[in-house]
Ligand binder design. Structure first.
Ligand SMILES: [Zn+2]
Length: 197
C-alpha cells in the first residue's frame, strides 16, 4: 500500500514514526512509507530528522528561491540538525544533463565537499515530489526525512512526470526508513509552472 498526498488526507498510520503535517493549512499531507516504517522500530529511524512546521516552511522558501533560478522550476535544500548544508536547482539545460534535477545537484554538491555520511539522517526539501530517479538516490543516501511541496499528481497537471510516488518507492525499500511530508507551500511551487497548453 502506498499513499499519495491526496489519498493520505493527513492521517498518520498508528505505529508509524510519521508526524502529522496538519498543524497549518498549507501542510495538508503526510505520506507514510508504510512497509519500512512499520517494520522499523523508532530507534532505527535517523535521529536528526524531525518535523517542525515553521522550519519546514522556512527551508521550503529557500528551495523555492532556487526553483525560481532553475532551468526548470525545481529547487532543493539539504538540512542537517536545523542547518542548511547545500542548495541545488535544476540545471538540465545548463549542463545538457537530463539527470541534473535539483535533488541530484544538491546531493552531488553535498558529497563534493563532505563525507557521504553527512547525508545520513538529514532532511531534503524539494519543491516537487521527487521523481523515481531522485527518490532512489534519496533512499540510497539514507536521508532521514523528505519534505516536498507539489505532489507528482499536482505536477502531472502541468508537466510530464514518472507516475510513481515517493512513498511507493520508500515502501519497497525496507532497508532505508524515511519520513515523508508533502504539501508544504505546494501552491507556491505550482505557481512556478505555466498551465499546460
Ligand atoms: Zn528527479
Amino acid at each position: 500500500m502506498s499513499a499519495s498526498p491526496r489519498e493520505a488526507g493527513g492521517k498518520p498510520q498508528s505505529g508509524c514514526a510519521v508526524h502529522s503535517a496538519m498543524r497549518a493549512p498549507s501542510r495538508r499531507t503526510v505520506v507514510t512509507a508504510l512497509a519500512s516504517t512499520l517494520a522499523a522500530p523508532s530507534a532505527m529511524l535517523p535521529r536528526f530528522a524531525h518535523a517542525d512546521a515553521a522550519e519546514d516552511e522556512r527551508f521550503m522558501r529557500i528551495a523555492l528561491e532556487e526553483a525560481r533560478r532553475a532551468d526548470f522550476p525545481f529547487g532543493a535544500v539539504i538540512v542537517r540538525e536545523g542547518r542548511e548544508i547545500v542548495r541545488g536547482r535544476n540545471l538540465g539545460r545548463t549542463t545538457n544533463d537530463p539527470t541534473a534535477h535539483g535533488e541530484m545537484i544538491a546531493i552531488r554538491r553535498a558529497i563534493a565537499v563532505n563525507d557521504r555520511a553527512v547525508l545520513v539522517g538529514s532532511t531534503l526539501y524539494t519543491t516537487g515530489e521527487p521523481c523515481a530517479m531522485c527518490m532512489g538516490a534519496i533512499l540510497w543516501c539514507h536521508f532521514g526525512r523528505l519534505v516536498f511541496a507539489a505532489s507528482i499528481a499536482q505536477l502531472l497537471t502541468r508537466i510530464d512526470q514518472i507516475m510513481i510516488t515517493g512513498a511507493e518507492l520508500a515502501s519497497r525499500t525496507p532497508f532505508a526508513p524515511i519520513e515523508i511530508t508533502g504539501g508544504v507551500l505546494a501552491e507556491e511551487a505550482m505557481a512556478l509552472f505555466p498551465p499546460r497548453q
